[in-house]
Design a protein around this ligand. Structure first.
Ligand code: NAI
Length: 498
């Protein structure tokens, strides 16, 4: 097929549910005439009424003009049968997530529409290659994966199956751009880009909860400190444990039960017990109250005479040095830049940034009695910072006091490898590296997809740059050494680069 310019081409949306109507709205706003079909009689008509109400509310808020709303609504035509829209040049399907039903719909469509009509699916978990199986012209089948809510979310994954014509994928890529979206090319593999790379964000927190390393509200606060809009627990409660669990399960099954994607027992029990999150009134938190405030723990004050030394070099050591200097009223912090670890020494206690090893192991390896390890430094001012400590009883008091003096909110968690944020970021990087290795996307595509599809504060390859490959690999090795199994094995892409 040659390149198609789909700008303002007539379009059919099949499925008048939440996604289908969002797609119809965005297309109509971009000047397309849109036909909408749904098997449930009157569903498309009702969905259009609902859209009219939503848009009227935007007029009241001054976000849209009445004329623009009229324009959108007059461009959307519900149809009672598919053949009423046989003249369209693009079909976007957003029906039930079922392979057999989607296949049969596209085969029916192929008999109705013209030979140059592109067939796009909004599937979030099925293989585009598999949906195209049975078509006479599978080259015209492509994934156009939107995110919910469609009018607000900027990302579209343009998913190519084995037989998708590159020109067809490019037309959809360009069209998404014309609709004001950022498109990213993806290969049809389980979870595409976002749903695959995001798995560890949930999985690591669920694993930490399973071993009782921290409380949900602590974990959420740590991720907010790292710049995430929501922590994993509050986000899962919002998504719904049933939905989140079923995406994890489908990625796990689609990867032939690769243990790296093993779903969580903690979450399965919650799903089975009906603790689904906001929608059921209870998940990790009770609703409508939501997450409780972090319990304020007593933090002692360091003696004014305490001696500080900042160890190591690089951005983190520099950030620590400037925090220490602020704490000392502007006096320059003492530095030991040639140290082979990054962190602080204060009042005889070493506080090291995690290299993945738990504190007990650092103590053993370095023949130290007392040592604390701390997590990735928060990127948000006054953010919560996880630490773990071994040694004298007052060592953890001292560690908390030191971190507090530097402007962080210390949160003691159990002595777990890579603590919380560093461990999770390393795993997100690892999954993204695998996605690149497998040709699913480029590093730039992965960064854009995660920032726009799930609102991450940075992309996985930005974190890779920030943490450095050696540290990411060290954290993964430490996790692997502790837990064994497939989950924490280092992506060959990262190994090669190191
Ligand atoms: P929904 O349940 O809100 O809407 C689906 C609509 O399709 C219903 O109105 C149903 O009557 C209709 N339908 C079912 N079978 C049909 C058929 N054979 N022909 C015509 N209409 C049919 O579902 P939703 O959430 O809009 O999802 C639709 C698709 O979008 C699914 O493939 C889903 O995986 C995908 N998706 C959903 C996202 C979400 O957050 N809800 C995000 C991204 C993709």
């Amino acid at each position: 097929m040659s390149t198609h310019n789909l700008n303002q081409a007539p379009l059919l949306v099949v499925g008048a549910g939440i996604m289908g109507m969002g797609i119809a709205q965005v297309a109509a706003q971009s000047g397309h005439n849109v036909w909408v079909y749904d098997t449930r009689a009157e569903a498309a008509v009702q969905a259009k009424h609902k859209l009219a109400d939503t848009l009227a509310a935007l007029v009241t808020k001054g976000k849209m003009t009445a004329d623009a709303v009229q324009g959108v609504l007059s461009s959307i035509t519900p149809v009672a049968q598919l053949s009423d829209a046989a003249h369209v040049r693009l079909v976007v399907e957003a029906i039930v997530e079922n392979l057999a039903v989607k296949r049969s719909l596209f085969q029916e469509l192929e008999a109705l529409v013209g030979e140059h009509c592109i067939l796009a699916t909004n599937t979030s978990s099925l293989s585009v290659t598999a949906i195209a199986n049975g078509l006479k012209h599978p080259a015209r089948m492509v994934g156009m994966h939107f995110f919910n809510p469609v009018p607000l979310m900027k990302l579209v994954e343009v998913v190519s199956g084995l037989q998708t014509d590159a020109a067809v994928a490019q037309s959809i890529f360009d069209l998404a751009g014309a609709w004001g979206k950022t498109a990213v090319h993806a290969r049809s593999t389980p979870g595409f880009i976002v749903n695959r790379i995001a798995r560890p964000f949930y999985a690591e927190t669920l694993a930490l909860l399973q071993e009782q390393a921290a409380q949900p509200e602590q974990l959420d606060a740590l991720f907010r400190g790292a710049g995430f809009r929501m922590g994993p627990c509050e986000l899962i409660d919002l998504i719904g444990h049933d939905t989140n669990f079923s995406v994890t399960q489908s990625v796990f099954e689609a990867n032939f039960f690769d243990r790296r994607f093993t779903p969580s027992l903690v979450q399965r029990e919650m799903v089975e017990g009906g603790l689904l999150g906001r929608k059921s009134g209870r998940g990790f938190y009770n609703y409508p109250d939501g997450a409780p405030a972090l319990a304020a723990s007593h933090v002692s004050t360091l003696p004014a005479t305490a001696q500080w030394v900042v160890h190591g070099s690089g951005d983190v050591a520099d950030a620590l040095a400037s925090a220490v200097s602020q704490c000392l009223g502007g006096k320059t912090a003492s530095r030991a830049t040639s140290s082979n670890w990054v962190g602080l020494e204060v009042a005889g206690l070493q506080l090291r940034q995690t290299d993945g090893r738990p504190a007990w192991q650092v103590a053993q390896d370095a023949c130290l009695k007392d040592v604390a390890v701390f997590d990735e430094l928060p990127t948000v001012a006054g953010g919560v910072l996880a630490f773990a400590c071994v040694g004298r009883q007052n060592a953890s008091e001292l560690a908390a006091a030191a971190l507090h003096a530097l402007g962080y909110v210390p949160a003691q968690v159990s002595d777990t490898p890579g603590l919380v944020v560093a461990r999770t970021l390393a795993m997100l990087v690892n999954e993204a590296a695998d996605a690149v290795l497998h040709g699913v996307c480029t590093p730039e595509g992965a960064n854009a997809a995660m920032k726009l599809g799930v609102n991450y504060p940075a992309g996985p390859f930005d974190w890779l740059d920030r943490m450095g490959r050696a540290r990411v690999v060290a954290v993964l090795h430490a996790l692997d050494a502790c837990y064994r199994g497939e989950r924490y094995r280092v992506s060959p892409w990262l190994q090669r680069a190191v």
